[in-house]
Design a protein around this ligand. Structure first.
Ligand code: ATP
Length: 404
């Protein structure tokens, strides 16, 4: 099941050996949105610094997907039926948070995530986008089991995580790690950073004290620090450096899947490209899969192989990245993408502005939850939840406009 390690690292690398604790140098122009006109297809993509590079990723990723041993995997029932076995399968995921009165009586529930299904394949990045409050982070946390889902299933390597107990669950969980949004709060200010990186190894009783320290030092080196910086404290590092430490910590248990919850949104624009490039290099080296949660569409367009769009707790559309950005089908996706600026004055783009506010997840609209803001809403949209429709291979949309 281990993905092939024979993937060459990318040529463009913003982190060099001389980068230890240096003020992070990437320019602010690194993080501009990249238009289709500029780049052609994503298969001809550039590094996040905008420099052109060798293009090993898509084909090699497909090769890796094709090489997965699948005989011992159980495939959950779902709409998506791709040829390779997914590393992670999420089916009908639901998370409702109870709302209680001051006296503790349950008065309702926040429907943060509703019937969300997607797969993540070995070595690929699945991006999750949508407006603030649509349920992206809750989805990531429920997959990781940091919060218990109220419904649905999460399958990892063909095993239903809800059915695992004790040591098997602990072992399985070590394969899924998280990179958090805020590098300022995700590290304990009283602990040396080396200890922070070692902590997961300690919890999972991996190796001797010396072995753990050695591993922490080597991970520090991998993310661009000197091994002796093991003894420093988080406050001695900048935001981008702390995020790199957070990535080293997430790698300590050698996971196969990283859930990256807005990993760059708390960083200066000039630093974001360093962290994105590091994540991409590590993915290439280790064949990692990412669930990449972000609201910045240009970041997701750059890093993701496939993208899912969330609206009010539901996944309304998902498709390969080029397909989603080139041919968005759901009216919400069309509106979301129309807000992304194209840095080319000759390209005219029509902005699709939605009317009204996002409804409350405490009391979501009946039928299609988007009907209250949809410019194409029909009678059926107000009462009937749309089916998921496969518009083209791998392109799913949940909208009555595409009902068969
Ligand atoms: N612990 C909680 N208790 C009650 N409601 C919650 C809780 N956590 C999240 N929510 C609600 O669930 C909904 C989805 O929140 P979530 O943080 O997943 O959205 P998001 O898309 O990640 O937003 P953002 O991009 O702002 O982080 C929101 O309405 C939020 O207020």
């Amino acid at each position: 099941m281990t993905p092939s390690p024979s993937v060459e690292p990318r040529k463009t690398n913003l982190l060099t050996d001389t980068d230890h604790l240096s003020p992070e140098p990437a320019s602010a122009t690194d993080l501009r949105p990249v238009s289709q006109e500029e780049t052609g297809s994503r298969s001809d993509r550039q590094s996040f610094s905008g420099k052109r590079e060798a293009e090993p990723d898509r084909k090699e990723r497909n090769d890796r997907i094709g090489s997965v041993e699948s005989s011992d995997l159980v495939k959950p029932v779902g709409l998506i039926q791709p040829s390779a076995q997914p590393l992670l399968s999420v089916r009908g995921l639901q998370k409702h948070f109870p709302v209680r009165s001051a006296l503790g009586r349950r008065t309702g529930s926040v429907q943060a995530v509703n019937d969300v299904s997607f797969d993540i394949y070995p070595g690929e990045t699945f991006g999750l986008v949508g407006e603030s409050g649509c349920g992206k982070s809750t989805t990531g946390r429920a997959v990781m089991n940091l919060i218990e889902p109220t419904g649905g299933e999460v399958w990892y390597e063909g095993q239903d995580l809800a059915k695992l107990k004790g040591a098997r669950l602990k072992n399985m969980r070590s394969n899924i790690q998280m990179v958090f949004q805020d590098p300022y709060t995700s590290l304990d200010p009283r602990r040396r950073i080396g200890y922070a990186i070692e902590e997961p190894l300690h919890i999972h009783r991996r190796g001797s004290k010396n072995e753990r320290t050695e591993r922490a030092m080597s991970l520090l080196e991998r993310v661009g620090f000197r091994p002796d910086q093991y003894y420093r404290y988080p406050h001695e590092f900048s935001g981008g450096q702390r995020q790199r430490i957070g990535i080293a910590k997430a790698l300590a248990l050698e996971p196969k899947l990283l859930i990256c919850d807005e990993p760059v949104s708390a960083l200066d624009v000039s630093i974001q490209s360093q962290v994105i490039n590091l994540l991409e290099e590590i993915q290439q080296e280790r064949g990692l899969s990412y669930l990449f949660v972000a609201h910045d569409l240009s970041v997701v367009r750059h890093i993701a192989d496939r993208v899912g769009v969330m609206y009010l707790g539901g996944l309304v559309e998902q498709a390969p990245t080029d397909e989603l950005f080139g041919n968005p089908l759901h009216p919400y996706t069309q509106s979301l993408l129309s807000a992304v600026p194209i840095p080319n004055p000759r390209v005219k783009k029509e902005r699709v502005v939605l009317s009204g506010e996002v409804p409350s997840p405490l009391n979501p609209p009946s039928g299609c939850t988007f009907h209250t803001r949809c410019p194409f809403a029909m009678d059926v949209c107000r009462s009937v939840v749309p089916e998921r429709v496969q518009a083209s291979p791998g392109h799913e949309v949940q909208c009555h406009l595409y009902a068969t």
